[in-house]
Design a protein around this ligand. Structure first.
Ligand SMILES: *Cc1c(COP(=O)(O)O)cnc(C)c1O
Length: 424
């Protein structure tokens, strides 16, 4: 296909896209006065136009009511977080009672490990994927050391095969089987941030349960991106940030999922605070902790309302459109992106290879044999925003809520030009 064909193809796709008007719900950043082609919704989602109003509402209530806003605002702060649970449960395939919103992702995983990493005797190891997101690596290593173990011995990292860019399901299941009763916890990223691969969460969860380990998922890149069915899969716990595909704003509140089977268990330890205590008793200032009968029991502090307000605005958009419609468009966007990159690769003397396997969400990670950094910079100067990872990998994540097929045609044209420019 030529550049012209990409553009006309994209125009037809955009015309027939039932979600094309969703883009208008978001602020698209500008580059030299023109909207950028934004491919980094996997890193920081764009701002819903409604978000500011939600934040201003909280500011207004605070301005007018002071402390009274906790109870007497028409959207009272003391239970504000509860409004986010139902839409989030729909996004991750959980019961509303299994979801809560609090803190941030790494913090939440640490807190959840208090309950779900319970090393004992010879069962003390943690299994994850090799080269997990750095924060996850630091978290797992520090948890192991905190419990007196040497990460070199106690952290099992499942590798990819030599020369391959993705994990094989069989290798992960076999590693779980092999370490068997020495495994206390399987904790992995559901969608790998680097190669864009979706791990087979259902089968890994089932295998981990079979050998008697707890299993948790970091869903940073999965929530709001791919179909999830946490409750049905029997996942014990999970957490995800909200600023990537969930478009809540930089560093905003994260969410947790805890399977309902653990909600009223008194034998499971947990770090506790007053926001996890039974709602009716929360302000009675009693000495003893009476847990909420849902995932809110894991909350500690009073909710960070200003971080939840834009998150709520965004979740209402997800709810009004529905994940099914988003997934449908996502598949089409990614297939178009894949075609375009393959064609550019075929026409170029430089090696251009897609690392992402077919088990994927919005993101394609692409390896550039040389000049990757220059190509990345050239794209940026054309208002095409992508993401750079050493060594020589660019990640492109067209998001069905606000990316158009035209954005992809623009990326294709930009890439062609950039490759020409940098090879001169
Ligand atoms: C983005 C991301 C994080 C970020 O953690 P924060 O605590 O929100 O800073 C952690 N893990 C994974 C896998 C991520 O993709």
């Amino acid at each position: 296909m030529s550049t012209k064909t990409w553009l006309s193809q994209a125009a037809i796709f955009d015309q027939n896209d039932p979600l094309k008007s969703c883009r208008d719900l978001f602020h698209i950043p500008l580059h030299q006065g023109e909207e950028v082609a934004y491919f980094t919704g996997n890193s920081l989602g764009l701002q819903p136009k409604t978000a500011r109003g939600y934040v201003e509402k909280v500011m207004k209530d605070w301005e007018r009511m002071g402390v009274e806003g906790h109870f007497y605002s028409d959207e009272p702060w003391w239970e504000y977080h509860e409004r986010l649970a139902a839409p989030l449960a729909g996004i991750v395939g959980a019961k509303t009672s299994e979801v809560s919103v609090m803190n941030t992702l790494t913090v939440n995983l640490h807190f959840l490990m208090v309950s779900f990493y319970r090393p004992q005797g010879k069962r003390f190891k943690i299994l994850c994927e090799e080269k997990a997101f750095p924060s996850d690596q630091y978290m797992l290593q520090s948890q192991l050391r905190f419990h007196g173990y040497d990460p070199k011995e106690a952290l099992i990292e499942v590798p990819k095969r030599a020369g391959e860019d993705f994990w094989r399901e069989a290798d992960i299941l076999e590693a779980i089987e092999t370490h068997g009763e020495t495994l206390a916890l399987v904790l992995m990223g559901g969608l790998n941030y680097y190669n864009g691969q979706v791990l087979p969460m259902a089968s890994i969860t089932a295998k981990a349960k079979e050998i008697g380990a707890f299993v948790g998922w970091d869903l940073a890149h999965a929530a709001g991106n791919i179909p999830l069915d946490l409750h049905k899969w029997g996942v014990d716990f999970a957490s995800w940030c909200s600023y990537k595909y969930l478009n809540s704003g930089p560093g905003n509140a994260a969410a947790i999922y805890v399977h309902e089977q653990y909600h009223n268990r008194t034998d499971l330890p947990r770090f506790e605070g007053w926001w996890g205590t039974d709602k009716g008793l929360r302000f009675k200032m009693q000495d003893s902790f009476v847990p909420m009968k849902n995932a809110d029991a894991w909350q500690l502090s009073n909710a960070s309302i200003l971080s939840m307000a834009p998150f709520l605005a965004s979740l209402e958009i997800f709810q009004s459109i529905g994940m099914n419609a988003l997934w449908k468009k996502q598949q089409k966007l990614v297939v178009f992106l894949e075609q375009v990159i393959q064609e550019i690769g075929n026409q170029s003397s430089m090696e251009i290879r897609i690392l992402t396997p077919k088990q994927r969400g919005s993101q394609l990670s692409v390896y550039f044999g040389s000049q990757g950094r220059e190509i990345f910079n050239a794209l940026m100067s054309k208002g095409i925003v992508t993401d750079w990872r050493e060594p020589n990998v660019m990640r492109f994540a067209p998001v069905p809520l606000y990316n158009s097929f035209g954005d992809i045609a623009r990326l294709a044209t930009g890439l062609e030009e950039a490759i020409k420019e940098t090879s001169n």
